[in-house]
Design a binder for this molecule. Structure first.
Ligand code: M6R
Length: 352
């Protein structure tokens, strides 16, 4: 059941501290300074990594790309439906990672089959034990989010993000004390965000907006895309996410005083530059909501602040995303949408 929540989506948003604890369980040993992902122990550092995924899982893959590049591993994310192992250089030194919550998405399965026939080593990062992706791939890493009923992916996305942090660390054998400490603190910080968020008031104020825009740089860029996808999916309203620097290359023409802009401004992800972009929309009269740990004094340029606790730069977008999930949820709720089963959508998309 929904354990007293009005929707599975809200229940699952609130299950995220637990989902993260489950994903981390017995995989990080701070005392020995080790990260162990049982399924990946045998792998050596790949020459390149290609992610294949769709929708929200693709946004997790984009986040994974950055984690690997930060550790010196060339990595690319492909929309699974656009992946063609025939025209993409793939060899036995290539590691192809399929990120798929359900493990049944037809586009992702097609890409993984192609990668396997091209001789790549494949890993499924999935939530469902024994799923098609788990069976297709050479290796499988479970994200351990627990069952997700709402069509909108919420806790599985957070679990994918954490799984990819662990995967990137395991593959490169890099142990970072600050990152490990941030992971340890994350469930508690997620709880703080859930307890203290002012997303509901912001959603009430802006439920009538013409469109919603989301911007962020670096580690925050994939979350700006995810914020927009969630908003479209459950509110049926126009929403777009951009890497903050792209705004002035076209989308800025859409910005008016009826289009709130949500800016992710956190330490380590070029906060000062993002504030520069915030000023661009400020002069067009757009309402600004800063999702911030206080970096670059973001609150000073914003009409509202959605606060997140200070953490490692790579973990900040995990917390920021939860604020955006809550905004979408409450806008959809205000509009009386069918939150757990949005029109035209299915939980798992088994056609190409
Ligand atoms: O099961 P998968 O992770 O492969 O699903 C991929 C997408 O269909 C999925 O993430 C979709 O975008 C979500 N419903 C968005 O909330």
């Amino acid at each position: 059941g929904k354990s007293g929540y009005d929707h599975y989506m809200l229940k699952e948003i609130h299950e995220q501290p637990t989902a993260v604890r489950q994903c981390l369980h017995e995989r990080v040993t701070e005392l020995e300074r080790r990260i162990d992902v049982e399924a990946l122990e045998m792998l050596s550092v790949p020459t390149q990594v290609q992610f294949v995924a769709c929708g929200t899982s693709y946004h997790a893959a984009l986040y994974g790309v950055r984690l690997l590049r930060d550790r010196g591993v060339p990595a690319t994310a492909f929309l699974a439906s656009e992946y063609d192992a025939g025209s993409t250089p793939v060899g036995d030194e290539t590691l192809v990672v399929g990120v798929t919550q359900s493990g049944e998405t037809a586009d992702t399965m097609g890409a993984l089959r192609g990668a396997n026939s091209a001789g790549a080593t494949t890993i499924a990062v999935t939530n469902v034990v024994g799923s098609s992706a788990a069976r297709e791939c050479d290796h499988v890493m479970y994200v351990r989010a627990g069952p997700e009923i709402g069509v909108a992916a919420t806790k599985t996305f957070v679990s994918q993000q954490i799984a990819l942090v662990l995967l990137a660390s395991e593959l490169t054998g890099e142990y970072d004390d600050d990152l490990a400490a941030a992971l340890r603190d994350l469930p508690g910080q997620l709880q703080t965000v859930l307890d203290d968020s002012s997303a509901r008031e912001i959603a009430t104020e802006y439920r009538g907006a013409d469109a919603y825009f989301f911007i962020g740089r670096g580690y925050n860029a994939p979350v700006s895309l995810e914020g927009a996808l969630k908003m479209k999916e459950i509110t049926y309203k126009h929403a777009e996410g951009f890497a903050a620097g792209e705004l002035k290359h076209g989308p800025l023409a859409l910005v008016t005083d009826r289009t709130p802009v949500f800016a992710l401004v956190t330490g380590g992800s070029n906060p000062t530059k993002t504030i520069g972009n915030v000023k661009e929309v400020e002069t067009r009269g757009a309402p600004i909501v800063a999702v911030t740990d206080g970096s670059a004094d973001a609150g000073r340029h914003a009409d509202h602040v959605l606060e997140i606790p200070a953490t490692h730069p790579a973990i900040a977008p995990v917390l920021g995303n939860v604020q955006l999930q809550l905004v979408s949820y409450w806008v959809a709720n205000e509009l009386g949408r069918s939150i757990d089963k949005p029109r035209n959508l299915a939980k798992s998309v088994t056609v190409e």
